[in-house]
Design a protein around this ligand. Structure first.
Ligand code: FAD
Ligand code: 2HG
Ligand code: ZN
Length: 480
C-alpha cells in the first residue's frame, strides 16, 4: 500500500458487535454474512492495490428487501457501510477506509424484463456488464456502454460512477440511457423510480442524483436502461498519426465523414502502446509501433455493410492523402478487431504492472488535451513513465504516471500541479471515474463553493448519519 489515508475514523460510528452479526445472519442466512479472512482481504483492497481498508464484514443480500433491512439496521446502529460492485473503480471509492461494512450485490444478478420492441432492459444492480451484453446480443440489442472492466464491473457500479467508456461518443451518458432506478436509501426506504418510459416530466427527475453519486446517497438495486439495437456491420481501423494536431483534425474529419456510423474514436500515444507491448503477454502491434507517435482506433457501426465500408474507406483514403494518417490497417475479422481492442483496453492492466500508478482522468478542451502529458513528462524526467490515452471523441484524457513504487516526492511533483492546470484550462478533474477517496478533497478544482455546499446539504438530508460510503466524494471538512 501507499496511498494510505490519514483520514481519522469518524468517532460517531459504532463498532460492529456480535449482536449485529447475528442479526445479519437472521436476515441474510449464514452463508451470505462473510467473515472469512481471504474473502475479506480481497474486498478490502482496490483493483490497483493502492487503497486498503480493514473491514471485518462483507454482506451479500439477495433482494432489495434484504438491502433495506441491512441499511435500516446500520443506520439505527450508526454502522458505516461501503457499497461495492465489481471493485474495479479507480479512485478508491469501492473499498472501506476503516472498518465499514461492505455490501455487495453480486447475488442480485437477475434480469427482470426486456421490452423487445423498445429495447428497454430492467435488471438487478448486481448484474455484470458483460453478462448483460451477452444476454442482449442474443436478443438483438447491445448495452449502450462498454468498458475494459466489463467482465467484473456491475451495472450498479457503472451507474454509481456514471461510467463513460468506449461507446460514449455514440450512445452518450448514462444520464441519457438510464430510464429508471430502484434505490435503497440510508434509512432503508426502498425508493421506486423504476420507470421504463422515454418521457416523464412529472416533478424533479431524482434518479439523476444517484447516477454518479458513488454510493454516497443510496444503493442502486434495480435499473431500467434503454439499449440500442445491435447493428450487424462493424468496422475497426487502427491508425497512426505523426502528431497530436493530426489526431485532432482526424476527429473532426471522422465526425464529418462518418457521421451517424462513428461508434468509437479512441486515442493512445506511443508510450501507452509501448507499455502494453512490454507488459501484456501475446499482444502485438498491428503496425510497426516504434515508428509513430500517436495511434487512433476508429470504429463504425451501421446497418449496411457495403455503404459503411465505402464510407470508411473514402475517409481513410482522404485522410492519408491529406497526411493526417501515416499508416493504418482495417481489421479483417472479429479476431483481428478484438486484438486491436485488446491493446487499447489493456493499458490500465499494463499500468498496474509497473509497480505504482498515479491515475488522472481529465476532461479537457481538445486544443489543450495533450499539453499536460508533455508537461508532466518534462517535469518528471527519468523519474517516471508518463502515458496519455483516452476517449478523444469525448475530450477525456487518461494521464497515467508510473513509478516502481509509491513515493511522496513524486506525488508532490504531480499534485496539485495537474489539478491546478486542469482547473486553469476549465477542464474537469474527473471525467468519468468519479472522486472516490482519491479526489474527495479536490472537488473545488471543478465545482464552485455554492455547488459543493448544496451537495453537502443533499447528502445530510438523505443520509443524516453519514453512514453511506463515508470519507468519499465530498471533503470530510464539510461535515465537521
Ligand atoms: P466498484 O468499483 O465496486 O464501485 C465503484 C463506486 O460505486 C464505489 O463508490 C461504490 O461504493 C459504488 N457502488 C458500486 N455498486 C453500487 C451500487 N449497487 N449502489 C451504489 N453504489 C455502488 N470507467 C469508465 O468510466 N470508463 C472506462 O472506460 C473504464 N474502463 C475501466 C477499465 C478497467 C480495466 C478498470 C479496472 C476500470 C475501468 N473504469 C472505467 C472504472 C470504472 O469506474 C469501473 O470499471 C466501473 O464503472 C465500476 O463498476 P464496479 O461494479 O466495479 O464498481
Ligand atoms: C480506460 O478508458 C479506463 O481505459 C481506465 O477508463 C483508464 O486506467 C485508466 O486510467
Ligand atoms: Zn476511460
Amino acid at each position: 500500500g501507499s496511498a494510505a489515508t490519514d483520514i481519522p475514523r469518524n468517532p460517531a460510528f459504532s463498532n460492529l458487535n456480535a449482536d449485529d452479526i447475528s442479526y445479519f445472519r437472521t436476515i441474510l442466512g449464514e452463508r451470505n454474512v462473510v467473515e472469512d479472512e481471504d474473502r475479506l482481504s480481497a474486498a478490502n483492497v482496490d483493483w490497483m492495490r493502492k487503497y486498503q481498508g480493514s473491514s471485518k464484514l462483507l454482506l451479500l443480500p439477495k433482494s432489495s428487501q434484504e438491502v433495506s433491512k441491512i441499511l435500516h439496521h446500520c443506520n439505527s446502529r450508526k454502522l458505516a457501510v461501503v457499497p461495492q460492485g465489481g471493485n474495479t473503480g479507480l479512485v478508491g471509492g469501492s473499498v472501506p477506509v476503516h472498518d465499514e461494512v461492505i455490501i455487495n450485490l453480486a447475488l442480485m444478478d437477475k434480469i427482470v424484463s426486456l421490452d423487445k420492441i423498445n429495447g428497454i432492459l430492467v435488471c438487478e444492480g448486481g448484474c455484470i456488464l458483460e453478462n448483460l451484453s451477452s444476454f442482449l446480443e442474443n436478443e438483438g440489442f447491445i448495452m449502450p456502454l462498454d468498458l475494459g472492466a466489463k467482465g467484473s464491473c456491475q451495472i450498479g457500479g457503472n451507474i454509481s460512477t456514471n461510467a463513460g467508456g468506449l461507446r460514449f461518443v455514440r450512445y452518450g451518458s448514462l444520464h441519457g440511457t438510464i430510464l429508471g432506478l430502484e434505490v435503497v436509501l440510508a434509512n432503508g426506504t426502498i425508493l421506486d423510480m423504476l420507470g421504463t418510459l422515454r418521457k416523464d416530466n412529472t416533478g424533479y427527475d431524482l434518479k439523476h442524483l444517484f447516477i454518479g453519486s458513488e454510493g454516497s446517497l443510496g444503493i442502486v438495486t434495480k435499473v431500467s436502461i434503454l439499449t440500442p439495437p445491435k447493428l450487424m456491420s462493424m468496422n475497426l481501423a487502427f491508425l497512426a498519426c505523426k502528431d497530436f494536431t493530426s489526431c485532432q483534425k482526424l476527429l473532426l474529419e471522422a465526425k464529418r465523414a462518418l457521421g451517424g456510423v462513428l461508434s468509437a474514436f479512441e486515442f493512445m500515444d506511443s508510450h501507452s502502446m509501448d507499455l502494453v507491448l512490454s507488459h501484456l503477454d501475446g499482444v502485438r502491434s498491428p503496425l510497426p509501433s516504434s515508428l509513430y507517435n500517436f495511434y487512433i482506433l476508429v470504429e463504425t457501426t451501421g446497418s449496411d455493410e457495403t455503404y459503411d465500408k465505402t464510407k470508411l474507406e473514402a475517409f481513410l483514403l482522404r485522410s492519408m492523402e491529406e497526411g493526417l494518417i501515416l499508416d493504418g490497417v482495417v481489421a479483417q475479422d472479429i479476431n483481428q478487431s478484438s486484438s486491436f481492442w485488446r491493446i487499447r483496453e489493456g493499458i490500465s492492466e499494463a499500468s498496474v504492472k509497473v509497480g505504482a500508478v498515479y491515475k488522472y482522468d481529465l476532461s479537457l478542451p481538445i486544443d489543450q488535451f495533450y499539453g499536460i502529458v508533455e508537461e508532466m513528462r518534462n517535469r518528471l524526467g527519468e523519474a517516471a513513465k508518463v502515458v496519455g490515452y483516452g476517449h478523444l471523441g469525448d475530450g477525456n484524457l487518461h494521464l497515467n504516471i508510473m513509478t516502481t513504487r509509491y513515493d511522496s516526492d513524486i506525488l508532490a511533483q504531480i499534485e496539485p500541479y495537474v489539478y491546478e492546470w486542469t482547473s486553469k484550462h476549465k477542464g474537469s478533474i474527473s471525467a468519468e471515474h468519479g472522486l472516490g477517496l482519491m479526489k474527495a478533497n479536490k472537488i473545488h478544482y471543478s465545482k464552485s463553493p455554492e455547488t459543493v455546499q448544496l451537495m453537502v446539504d443533499i447528502k445530510k438530508m438523505l443520509d443524516p448519519n453519514l453512514i453511506l460510503n463515508p470519507y468519499k466524494v465530498l471533503p470530510q471538512s464539510c461535515f465537521n
